[in-house]
Design a protein around this ligand. Sequence first.
Ligand code: G1P
Length: 273
Amino acid sequence: MPSISICLFPAAGYGTRFLPVTKAMPKEMLPVVNKPLIQYGVEEAARAGISDMAFVTGRGKRALEDHFDISYELERQVAGSERESLLEDIRRLVRDCRFSYTRQIEARGLGHAILTGETLIGDQAFAVLLADDFCVTEDAGVLAQLAALYDEHRCSIVAIEEVPPAETSSYGIIDGEEIGPGLYRVFDMVEKPEPGEAPGNLAVIGRYILTPDIFDILRDTAPGRNNEIQITDALGTQAQEGKVLAWRFRGRRFDCGNVAGFMAANNFIWTNL
Ligand code: G1P
C-alpha cells in the first residue's frame, strides 16, 4: 500500500485571468487540447499510487463533480461508436478512484483552502496538486517523484524549480541548502517576495506532500501576503520547527494560470501527441 493515498485539489479560485471563459465555467475545466486541466492532475495523482481524490471547491464548480461521475445519457450516445475511446481515461479514473468534495465558503487563500480540506484528509500525510501548474515528465510524474521521496524521508516536501530572479514575486520562494542532487533542506520560505527581498530564485510549484501537523500550524498562521492565509507561511514555520525538503523536479512546467502559459501547454501537447 503506498504511504500517500490521498491528494487534495484546491479548486475554489475564480480564474479571473481567463474571463470571460471562466464566468460560468470552473478554470480547472479549461482543456489542454481535449482534456481538462483537473483530469491531468487526477491522472498524475493516480500514477503516484493515490486512489483518494479530495477536492476543495466553491460556488460555480459543480462541473468538476459531474466530470468525475458517469453520464449515462452520454454513455448510451457513444456506445459502439468510434468516439467511445475518448472516454476511456476518464472512465478508468471514475472506476478506480474515490472522490470527495467540500466547499471553501470564503476565498481566504491557499492555506485556508488546504485547512478547509482537513475534513476530507484527517490525520494522514497527503499530497496537494494545483491543477494550473501543468507538468510534463518522462516518468510517472512530479507527484510520483515526491511520493518516492516521502517514503524515504517522512516529512513535508515541496516541488521547486529555478525561476528568473525578476519573477520571484509570483511564487513561494525557498531558503535552503542542497543536501543531495536536486534535494534541499528548507530553512524558511517566503510568499511572493520582491526580487530584492527574495532568499533566492528556487520557486515552489503546485505540488506538495504535507504531513498532517500542517493543519494545526495553519490554524495558528496569521494572514500574510494579500491578507490571505498562505501555505508558504505555514511551511516556513514547519521548516523552522522540523524538517521540510524541496525537490527540483525532473520535467517541465507550464503555468496554465495565465493565458500565455496555457497556450504554450496546448501547443506543446498538440505537437507532441
Ligand atoms: C500559489 C502559492 C505559491 C506557489 C504557486 C505555484 O500561488 O501561493 O507559493 O509558488 O501557487 O503555482 P498562486 O499561483 O496560486 O498565486
